[in-house]
Design a protein. Sequence first.
Length: 301
Amino acid sequence: MVQVDPHTGKLAAEHFWGETFEALIYSFHATWLTWQLGDSESAMIAHNTITFLGLFLLISTVTGLYLWWPRAGTFLKAMGVQRQSRSPRIHFELHRLVGFYGSAVLLVLAFTGFNFGYGEYLKSAMAVVSPVEAEHFQAPEELKSTPVLGAKPIALEQAVATARQVFPEAELRRLVIPDDSEGVYAIEMRQPGEVNRRHPRSNVWIEQYTGEVLAVEDPNKFTAGETFFNLLWPLHTGEILELSSRILWCLIGFMPLMLYITGINPVAEKVPGTPAYSAGKEGNGAGLRLGFSPGAPGGPR
């Protein structure tokens, strides 16, 4: 990938995807680094496994909300720290409150993550209500240029100018040049207000010899179903609200680890022979209510 300063035309940066720190983090997040090994089959298995775990996170979050949900009249109380003595049970309070306040984003991350591996099932269900044909990160099938004896490909500037005629108010984001004699120019642009910022969906595919527009993808003309699925990528990455939401999403990404760690101790307190069980007996009546008694705010009803 080559990045060029749009004002001076000078080279700003150049790198190959897969050789950057960002690519390494992405590979770990999406494929447990199996993609780095060059084994596409193993990478796909890892990817599908990771995205399927999103379903477990979704179920865990929903059941956690059910266990937290207070009885009528105690909702506001359940949203705060429950104090009964001088020694608050911090582990449980963290689990209960952090889980509640972060549940909305966790549900979004879990659902969108599951979609990346099993979106075809979701799209089939959505198609009952609204058709879904546009595919993120995929060019329309059977797009190719027709080689002409003695003809030379059009200049890159001409391809960009043609794309600007299709989307005159859009920003140029990415260019993909033909990789062989039958390849096409792929011009990626972002229209004002488009939710996808890093990977916008305003695309133009151009024949490399004649400059003819072969296909156009305009998110403003998406069906309701396509618009819904178009939102899932920026919702998962947090870019939908620019930098502020990306930072918030990054912090909430550590929440499942915190919730599982803080969720272990209350369970261990009920298992005889564990250190937590002994500590729980010694501190009985001197801490926060775990919320397991009937009607306790933040506990089972």
